[in-house]
Design a binder for this molecule. Structure first.
Ligand SMILES: Nc1ncnc2c1ncn2[C@@H]1O[C@H](COP(=O)(O)OP(=O)(O)O)[C@@H](O)[C@H]1O
Ligand SMILES: [Mg+2]
Length: 272
């Protein structure tokens, strides 16, 4: 590692390896994965189910520790740093997961769910004396949820609305980076494009850097500036999204691209 390339990348991921379990249960989920995410980039992480996408973003977000390798965020080491010292990451990097039923506490009302990230000390420091209630109202408006949502509970909302709640919560601390892990994959086709369009509008409006994990290449082609391809824990391809999809170099990428329905982008582009 020369260090000379200490660029202005927000994320700098080097030689990540994650092995789960041991003995016959041993799984090498990620192996020798290196990548950078620049400010304002919209990076798609694609690959089949089980290829290591979620493992990778969990490591990037400091939610898990790699077996080997290192993650840096904005020049600061994330790997091996105790949670109490990860404030710089927690306020600036937020994740929206696939299943809002699992990620939203069913016993908390929507107002408390969205305000929860505002309670972190690092976030309060960043945002100053923020009025939580006003911030929640502002966020609900931004994601297109009704003003009476704060007093209601997640089960009272549809799947698409629950994902809007998760997006509002992720935006609450004013992050620079949004990581979306299959954030629209579980939604009905009819609402998927709406939530995706909302997400992309917010990314543009708030000037967010996006890490967009999806097994759906048509969607990644539609929303991302860059893409990396994971196959069985290894990064087999990386580059501008346009070239990855137009001229894939690796046979695995070629197979994935070949499987995109010919008019796969049509439903999205017509805004259904
Ligand atoms: N907590 C875990 N314990 C054991 N194996 C795991 C765990 N999490 C993921 N794996 C395994 O690691 C591999 C990569 O999983 P994952 O990162 O979830 O892939 P993806 O998100 O691309 O579907 C899979 O083989 C999966 O079964
Ligand atoms: Mg996953």
């Amino acid at each position: 590692m020369s260090g000379a390339e200490a660029s202005d990348a927000l994320f700098d991921v080097r030689g990540l390896r994650r092995v789960y379990g041991r003995g016959v249960r041993r799984v090498v989920a990620l192996d020798e994965v290196s990548l950078q995410v620049g400010r304002g980039q919209r990076l798609g992480i694609v690959g089949e189910s089980g290829s290591g996408k979620s493992t990778l973003i969990r490591l990037m977000a400091g939610l898990d520790t790699p077996t080997a390798g290192e993650v840096r965020f904005d020049g600061r080491v994330v790997t091996g740093v105790p949670e109490r010292e990860l404030g710089f990451l927690r306020s600036r990097v937020q994740i929206v997961f696939q299943d809002p039923r699992a990620s939203l506490n069913p016993r908390m009302n929507v107002g408390d769910i969205i305000a929860e990230p505002l309670r972190a000390r690092s976030v309060r420091r960043e945002l100053g004396g923020v009025d939580a209630r006003a911030r929640v109202a502002e966020l609900l408006d931004a994601v297109g949820l009704p003003a009476d949502a704060p007093a209601r509970y997640p089960h009272e909302f549809s799947g698409g609305q629950r994902q809007r709640i998760a997006i509002a919560r992720a935006l609450a601390p004013g992050p620079d980076v949004l990581i979306a892990d299959e954030a629209v994959s579980a939604l009905d086709v009819s609402v998927r494009a709406q939530v995706l369009n909302l997400l992309m509008d917010l990314v543009a409006e708030l000037d967010l850097t996006l890490v967009f994990v999806s097994h759906d290449l048509a969607v990644v082609r539609h929303v991302c500036t860059d893409a990396v391809v994971l196959q069985a824990g290894r990064l087999v391809e990386a580059g501008p999204a346009a070239s990855v999809f137009a001229a894939p170099q690796h046979p695995y990428t070629r197979a994935l691209v070949g499987a995109i329905p010919r008019f796969g982008g049509r439903a999205l582009e017509s805004g259904q």
